[in-house]
Structure formats: C-alpha cells, structure tokens
Design a protein around this ligand. Structure first.
Ligand SMILES: [Mg+2]
Length: 192
C-alpha cells in the first residue's frame, strides 16, 4: 500500500448521483437523487476523494454540445454545494464507437478511472465504484476497485437479473445515501 495515494469513490452520474433522464441536455432538469449530497459529504469527511465518471455519448451523437454538458455539470456542482458537498473531479467519455473511433474511456472500459487515478494520485485498490449499471461495476473491476450497485436508476433491474441467475447481491444498496455506511461496514469487516 502506498500511503501517499488517496482512496476514492468513483460515481456514475445518471441514475446514481442524479435522476435518470435519457440524453439529459438541460441544466434545469438536473435533480440530485435524495440523500446523494449528504452521502458525498460523509464520504469526503471519511477521507475519500469523489470523482464523477460518466459516459456521455450524446456529444458524439450530436444530441448536445460539450458546452451544454459543462453547464449541466455546473448545475450539478451548485446543487452539491448546497448540500455541503463537492466533487474532486469530473471525467466524461463523450465518445461512441458508432460515431467515431473506439476509445478506451467509455465504461465498461476503465480509462476514466485510470486517468483520474493518475491525475489525483488515487489508490485504486482502496477505492470504490458506485453505479446503477453492469458497465459501471465492470469499469471498477477492471480498474481494481471494489464496487456497489445502487437500486436507483436502472440498478433494480440488474439486481433482479442477478437474483434470477442466483448471483450474489451483497454489493447492492438502496441508493447513494446508503453508501457511507455500506463502505464503513465493509472496511470494519475487513479489519476484524
Ligand atoms: Mg447510470
């Protein structure tokens, strides 16, 4: 363990941090999932860096511009500040293989997490990825983080699939609001 590296919580955006809206292109429609701001504040107080990692292929598809995406993230930042929270980084993949060359950052690729780890001196092995889709958790797995699936957004559908397949749902939490306690109890469990 490199003590100079800092653990992070990587967060998916749509359906995890904010309410899911397909190809969100309007800052006025940004709405935090209940309890998300407080959860981020708590995670930050525990010593985690907070990094948003989001696929935004709407840019590649020509559905909205990078400027619109920036304005959405400014609104998100404002809403988080109101809850006493802030993000340490926002990393977006604006590509889509059908609308340009394949990239190494579109989740489930781990590129966004790896770039953030390099930029912010993060310890991926002590980090977590939280999302509502299989590709979020897969990106976390490939980057070497632990992961949590939220039931918000599309997460409950994936949970049902896992149950049908007899897969473990140990990493499933109701929403981002439950993340601080889930991570704390996992760390305690590991220490004991
Ligand atoms: Mg999502």
């Amino acid at each position: 363990m490199n003590a100079s590296l800092i653990p992070a919580v990587f967060l998916d955006r749509d359906g995890t941090l904010i309410e899911e809206v397909d190809y969100l292109n309007d800052p006025d429609r940004v709405k935090l999932i209940p309890g998300a701001g407080e959860a981020l504040k708590a995670l930050s107080a525990t010593g985690f860096r907070l990094v948003l990692v989001t696929n935004q292929s709407g840019v590649a598809r020509g559905l909205f511009t990078v400027e619109t995406l920036d304005s959405i993230h400014e609104r998100l930042t404002e809403l988080l500040h109101e809850a006493g929270a802030s993000l340490d980084g926002i990393y977006t993949c604006n590509h889509h293989p059908d609308f340009g060359a394949p990239c190494s950052c579109r989740k489930p690729e781990p590129g966004l997490l790896l770039q953030a780890a390099e930029d912010l001196q993060l310890d991926l092995k002590r980090s977590w990825m939280i999302g509502d889709a299989a590709r979020d958790l897969e990106a976390g797995r490939r980057a070497g983080t632990e992961s949590l699936l939220v039931r918000t957004g599309k997460g409950h559908i994936l949970e049902q699939t896992w149950r049908r397949m007899g897969q473990s749902t140990d990493c499933v939490i109701d929403s981002l609001a439950a993340a601080p306690s889930a991570i704390e109890s996992s760390l305690k469990h590991r220490r004991s």
